[in-house]
Design a protein around this ligand. Sequence first.
Ligand SMILES: CN1CCN(Cc2ccc(Cn3ccc4ccc(-c5n[nH]c(N)c5C#N)cc43)cc2)CC1
Length: 229
Amino acid sequence: MRVDIVTIFPEFFSVLDLSLLGKARQSGLIEVTAHDLRDATHDRHRTVDDTPYGGGAGMVMKPEPWGEAIDGIVGDGASDALLVVPSPAGEPFTQQIARELAAEQHLVFACGRYEGIDQRVVDHYATRMRVRLISLGDYVLNGGEVAVMAMIEAAGRLVPGVVGNPESLVEESHEDGLLEYPSYTKPASWRGLDVPPVLLSGNHGAIAAWRHEQQIERTRRVRPELLGE
Ligand SMILES: CN1CCN(Cc2ccc(Cn3ccc4ccc(-c5n[nH]c(N)c5C#N)cc43)cc2)CC1
């Protein structure tokens, strides 16, 4: 998988050299490149924003630098890459979308700042490639970088070979539409709190049943809408 990120804060993504995704990059499973949007400007101040037409607070990101930066990644014609634009107006990011992103060969992320990116950037690239506006959640961030970091981590860990034990990807929250069951490890008793005895029983059928019941109970308590309730 190839991942290109366009941002005015490319150093924000240096953290991707660490941990699991760092290993995936070293092994060539995932190739991540952060591009500085200001490299696609040509004025002395490296300007990427301007005042909004129609008035209003804040600044809007100019279309020209985005066009030059994204063309520099996907060329000047049609592209099979998927352009992902984080936005409060996007579709909610879910595990299903993480799976869909993980199946892509080439992802291009456009990290906006200020009050967002000129709409014509999305409109233009929608004529040349698939474009998805995706929201991390129902709150307002200062830009798209945090959202892109979350999306890359959620999708990257689903790319075959990135996580050592694929089984660990199966019993996760949201993987089967339910929240995950509680986990325990040694010691069997800690500050007066004991591990549920069933987990020490060696009865794998009883353990699986208990874990599923815990998933249902936790989901009903915390996210009843996932059960259609
Ligand atoms: C006309 N007005 C109408 C009100 N808006 C409000 C507003 C205010 C700040 C920002 C900041 N910002 C810039 C780029 C960018 C990308 C993603 C996100 C983002 N926030 N929350 C998520 N889940 C996100 C994701 N993913 C935020 C971003 C965007 C919008 C401005 C324009």
